[in-house]
Write a protein that binds this ligand. Structure first.
Ligand code: SF4
Ligand code: SF4
Length: 90
């Protein structure tokens, strides 16, 4: 993961947060879901750093949310510099 090399402290903190939040599946609260337009994702990691649920991960060639935990706040879509995430109403 490129982000781990570039921002080791941030990645470590997010992984700790992920571990804590994994105990509670918060996806049921969601009214809309983030969809990553795979071809538009430049893998900058901005969504990964801003997601308050720490539920976005690197899927190899793009980043996407784990819907078991995503609350649908839409922050990832707002901060994505390439408009690679759209929110779809459920
Ligand atoms: S919608 Fe909110 S909770 Fe869901 S992945 Fe995006 S930032 Fe995280
Ligand atoms: S912020 Fe957008 S471009 Fe950057 S990793 Fe997330 S989805 Fe991809």
């Amino acid at each position: 993961m490129k982000l781990r090399t570039k921002y080791p402290q941030h990645v470590m903190e997010i992984e700790q947060l992920m571990g804590q939040l994994k105990m509670m599946k918060t996806g049921y609260m969601r009214l809309q879901r983030p969809i990553t337009k795979v071809g538009k994702c430049c893998q900058c990691g901005t969504c990964y750093f801003f997601c308050p649920e720490a539920c976005i991960s690197d899927r190899g060639s793009y980043f996407a949310a784990d819907l078991d935990y995503c609350k649908g706040c839409g922050i990832c879509a707002r901060v994505c510099p390439g408009n690679a995430i759209v929110m779809l109403r459920e």
